[in-house]
Design a protein around this ligand. Structure first.
Ligand SMILES: C[S@@+](CC[C@H](N)C(=O)[O-])C[C@H]1O[C@@H](n2cnc3c(N)ncnc32)[C@H](O)[C@@H]1O
Length: 270
């Protein structure tokens, strides 16, 4: 069903990154973060995003390393068609969708995250969301879970990028912060209890539901649902790109097969 990451896939990922000096602000230091890789290896924190003023945002590594829970399953039940999980981390959602026989791909900049996702049986590529990706303009659902609306530190750039990844009218399901915040900051991944060095600083954003809806409204998205479950908050948005606009097919990577080759799905691009 899925195949492990190969050396050539890693090679392609790093080539595409260096070939795009104009790419949107990125969070590649997540990829080089020793504390994050170590936490994913053990399945345990404590791990934080630390702002330059010292404020700490706890990262729920233990939950991410477990199986999808009831709240996650509600989200997955809302997914449509082929699903792209952006910043899939250790892969609980990709693995669950894959076990259900759904067309799914996880992408993450962290080698440890991708390796763990693949071990769980989830198709996954080591790639930034701002790199060229398989199936651009053809995904039915994109997931931005566990605070991943913060990727890149520029919510509107990320929303535009996701709109380009989705098929016309495609669905974005995003998890928002519990607090009503709209914040951009430089952060580092840190394990405050270990002597391990923190990763390098990178831009990150934190958005509550009102802020995400504001940004979405200004970038042409339609809100289709908002809900709270198990203390977590979610928003479902539909891309307003019309079917008349062709997908950005130039960025589709043609040499990789990342999921089942049966369906006419972006997860089967090769
Ligand atoms: C807040 S964690 C979310 C974890 C994840 N959703 C899970 O289920 O475990 C953010 C994740 O996004 C990844 N990430 C950061 N920047 C990224 C980027 N530009 N493109 C893709 N993934 C990225 C990180 O490596 C990390 O795994």
């Amino acid at each position: 069903m899925s195949r492990p990451m190969s050396g050539s896939v890693y090679g392609a990922a790093s080539r595409t990154r260096t070939a795009r000096p104009d790419a949107a602000p990125d969070t590649v230091p997540w990829a080089a973060s020793d504390p994050y890789a170590a936490a994913l290896r053990t399945g345990r924190g404590p791990l934080f995003l630390r702002r330059t003023d010292g404020w700490l945002l706890p990262l729920d590594v233990e939950r991410w390393c477990e199986r999808a829970d009831a709240v996650d399953l509600e989200v997955l039940d809302r997914c449509e068609g082929a699903v792209l999980d952006v910043g899939c981390g250790p892969g609980r959602l990709v693995a669950e969708l894959s076990a259900r026989g759904r067309a799914v791909l996880g992408i993450d900049v962290s080698e440890a995250a991708v390796a763990r996702t693949v071990r769980l049986g989830g198709p996954s590529l080591r790639r930034s969301v701002f790199d060229p990706l398989p199936g651009e303009g053809r995904w039915d659902t994109v997931l931005l879970m566990d605070g991943n609306v913060g990727i890149g530190g520029d919510p509107r750039a990320l929303l535009s990028r996701v709109a380009a990844l989705l098929a016309p009218g495609g669905l974005l399901i995003a998890e928002t912060a519990e607090a009503d915040v709209d914040e951009r900051a430089q952060v580092q991944v840190v394990d405050v209890t270990a002597a391990r060095a923190a990763g390098s600083p990178f831009p990150w954003a934190r958005l509550g539901t009102p802020a995400l809806l504001r940004h979405a409204d200004r970038t042409g998205w339609r809100t289709t649902a908002q809900w709270t479950s198990g203390g977590r908050r979610f928003v479902a948005l539909r891309s307003a790109r019309s079917r008349a606009e062709p997908p950005n097919s130039t960025a589709v990577i043609s040499s990789q097969r990342v999921a089942k080759p049966s369906a006419d799905s972006p997860a089967t691009d090769r």
